[in-house]
Design a protein around this ligand. Sequence first.
Ligand code: AMP
Length: 143
Amino acid sequence: MTYDDDNIFAKILRGEIPATRVYEDEDVLAFMDIMPRAPGHMLVIPKAAARNLLDAPPEALAACVAVAQKLARAAKAALGADGITLQQFSEAAGGQEVFHLHFHVIPRFAGVALGRPGVMGDMEEIAANAEKIRAALESGAGA
Ligand code: AMP
């Protein structure tokens, strides 16, 4: 399977379609999932072209997981989450729908099940959660 740079996350990286960005550095971009399975659901992607876990260079995986940790800590502080679920799906049989490597960082609240996949979120609520997470990162909660 080869990387196809027509995928939606490649378009977000190139700025061709909008995303609610929460974090960016030289190697990694993180933005809000538009169909959140819990409040504050984020996606962490490498800037390097990689389809998924199976073809990604190890350094891209390492960079994404380091950012996932920062965001997990920031989201826990910002949203009062009790825990975090980290998910990564590879290939259609593994549940992958967008073929640019990504990690889901999903804040979890005690006793609350994950929401159904594929349900569009409220964009105002998503933006408000992003703002809280960005503020927590700025105040050092991700470190
Ligand atoms: P998967 O490939 O199964 O890990 O899932 C892809 C994820 O990307 C799903 O959680 C979608 O809600 C999310 N998604 C799809 N399009 C966008 C978009 N334009 N902006 C943000 N998230 C998206």
